[in-house]
Design a protein around this ligand. Structure first.
Ligand SMILES: Cc1cc2nc3c(=O)[nH]c(=O)nc-3n(C[C@H](O)[C@H](O)[C@H](O)COP(=O)(O)OP(=O)(O)OC[C@H]3O[C@@H](n4cnc5c(N)ncnc54)[C@H](O)[C@@H]3O)c2cc1C
Length: 455
């Protein structure tokens, strides 16, 4: 089926644009090509687009995984010049202009690389082995299973120390994701799970937020950081700022004061726990470096202000993977969306013989939810809002930007249910399927001769 869809090939010798990654940047680029005489092939290892800003609500049993994802084919179905294939890209030959997937070799005239980012662990011992990341849908289900399983096990556990480990949840990183997760987790535990496990002493439960810097939400004005910290503390979260993680083990996380240098292991403070959630570092997807592109210390590809790779002007890098030479941009969905659209417009300009234009990012603001009636919003870098109004605005904006009407309907229904019932209906431990069963499209063909070449 996959080969049939690719074999449609070029229409009337149009230029072929290949987009790798159907996240915020890739989808935005594909949409910008609507109605233009180019053949676009969008590739992603999953057949769905994930609305990452609501991932923490899947972890904390507020939403089902399918509420925040949308089939990629649905997002492009009104664009006859855009095709999609579920395929993991294994390599790109930038000189020959060929993309190599597990099933085929695809020639491109222009390439948009939108592969996103991964967690960065800074070489801290034990973090990659023993902590949980939150970067994709699978991570969120794994993490939800872990949290609910800890309560199931704690209920049966007779040993007080082991029970304490099971009932302690440490979130590392006081940025937006860490703060949102800490708040929602506290609400789940003290609002819902407290009714499910009457035999557990909930005074033993700990939600700890460790932040290496001196304040939470470092990218936001001080007033909003202070508000976020106070709200989290009110909800029962232990917030520790200037606390840098030094080591993670299977049943403990060790931290030190960020201001002290050259501490010895014996000076470290330990938090006994089985669940460490790592939200403290993000870097560009390592595939870019693996495929031979020059990356900075954060794994991002340095690009011209037009988003082109200096050595390969027909290659554009967008979203979390891009580091434009002229400015430092945050890894945010609006940045990715605007970059995707700019790259597409520049390719169309290039085809028409015009010069590509530099990207100009329009920052509209940032917002973080903390809990019921509590959020912080910074609009255009000028207007700061907290509390109920900020919370309503957060809900409205996230609902509005969900990819489909079906997503909006389900999310709204769940939010209303949780709001009025003070209950979270989806506290399930879901089965996880091995990758080979869940996603056959990303499996490599062992025989390379079976690959189809598309010119
Ligand atoms: C938990 C969480 C919460 C967030 N909250 C917010 C928020 O509230 N507001 C905000 O603005 N931003 C938020 N962000 C950041 C925002 O989601 C990212 O900046 C944005 O998704 C970047 O878009 P992208 O297209 O570059 O990458 P992504 O959206 O990550 O998409 C990358 C795509 O590439 C695909 N891919 C990668 N490698 C391959 C390959 N080899 N072959 C095929 N496909 C591949 C992936 O499957 C994926 O679909 C959040 C991020 C996370 C993880």
């Amino acid at each position: 089926m996959f080969l049939v869809s690719l074999n449609v090939g070029r229409i009337m010798n149009n230029r072929r644009v290949v987009i790798i990654g159907a996240g915020f940047a890739g989808i935005s680029a594909a949409r910008e090509f609507a109605g233009n005489a180019v053949d676009v092939l969008l590739l992603d290892r999953n057949n769905y687009h994930t609305f990452l800003p609501l991932l923490h609500q899947v972890v904390t049993c507020e939403l089902e995984p399918e509420h925040i994802i949308c089939p990629i084919r649905k997002l492009i179905q009104t664009q006859p010049n855009v095709q999609f294939a579920t395929n993991e890209v294994k390599r790109v030959d930038f000189v020959s202009q060929v993309v190599e997937t597990n099933n085929c070799l695809i020639h491109y005239d222009y390439l948009v690389l939108a592969c996103g980012s991964t967690s960065q662990f800074f070489g801290i011992p034990g973090v990659s082995e023993y902590s949980f990341s939150l970067k994709n849908l699978e991570d969120s289900v794994i993490l939800r299973n872990q949290i609910v399983s800890c309560f199931e096990l704690a209920q049966e556990e007779a040993d007080i120390c082991r029970r304490q480990e099971l009932l302690t949840f440490t979130i590392v990183g006081g940025g937006a994701t860490g703060v949102e997760l800490a708040g929602e987790l506290a609400e789940l535990i003290y609002g819902t799970l407290v009714n499910d496990y009457p035999v557990i002493n909930f005074r033993q439960v700990r939600v700890v937020l460790l932040q290496a810097g001196d304040k939470l939400l470092p990218e936001m004005p001080l007033r909003l950081s202070v508000y976020a910290k106070r709200q989290l503390q009110k909800m029962g979260v232990e917030v520790k700022v200037a606390s840098r993680v030094a080591k993670v083990m299977e049943n403990a996380v060790y931290w030190e004061n960020s201001h002290f240098k050259d501490l010895h292991f014996k000076d470290l403070q330990a938090i006994p726990c089985r669940t460490v959630i790592w939200t403290a570092g993000v870097c560009g997807n390592p595939v870019a470096k693996k495929w031979g592109l020059v990356t900075d210390s954060n794994g991002k590809v340095t690009v011209l202000p037009t988003l082109q790779v200096p050595e390969y002007p027909q290659v554009y890098i967008v979203g979390d993977l891009a580091a434009p030479q002229n400015e430092q941009l945050p890894m945010l969905a609006p940045v990715a969306t605007q970059q995707g659209a700019t790259a597409a417009r520049n390719i169309l300009r290039h085809i028409k013989g015009k010069n590509p234009q530099p990207m100009r990012y329009q920052h509209q603001g940032s917002m973080v939810i903390i809990g019921r009636h509590a959020a912080v919003v910074n609009l255009f870098g000028k207007v700061n809002l907290t509390g109920f109004v900020a919370w309503l605005l957060w809900l409205f904006v996230h609902l509005a930007f969900l990819p489909s009407t079906r997503n909006r309907f389900h999310v709204l229904l769940n939010w209303l249910w949780s709001y009025f019932s003070r209950d979270r209906s989806v506290r399930l431990i879901l089965p996880l399927y091995p990758a080979s069963k869940s996603n056959p499209a990303t499996q490599s063909t062992s025989d390379n001769n079976k690959r189809v070449e598309i010119n």
